[in-house]
Design a protein. Sequence first.
Length: 169
Amino acid sequence: MYPQRTQPDSLPSLDAAAATHSAHVAAHLAQAIAQAGGWLPFDRWMAQALYAPGLGYYTAGAVKLASPRDAQGKALPTGDFVTAPELTPLFAHTLARQAAQILQDTQTRAVLEFGAGSGALAAGVLEELDRLGLDVQYRILEVSAHLRQRQQQRLAAYGARVQWLDALP
């Protein structure tokens, strides 16, 4: 139905499993387009490409967000990309200080994060808010079951203070 594109010479070749997965994703997207009458709005196409169960970028199970250090602190070349909170808690601590000001000014004690990745930002924000003496409820809206599980493991020490949502509050 769609022509097979050749891979640019500057990119490494896909292994057999990745090529098979890519073909399944392409077929799924083609089917979604056909079922929708020949076209999908961009937001629905992206939702399928990122979150289709077992196929989407964030739901297929492969490591996407790098955990750049091993137990000895050695950098590891894992995942597709790394975010600032993965490299150091300083970004999260800085964000937490601004959040603390807003929480105090609004007399609220709830933080909502959308798509919390590995949970590194949440861990850093909670750590700094605790240090500042602010006891908050941290809510995460995460549509990827795989990433939600990763977050739950990383944030288990915070117990019921962290809640996962399936829809906007």
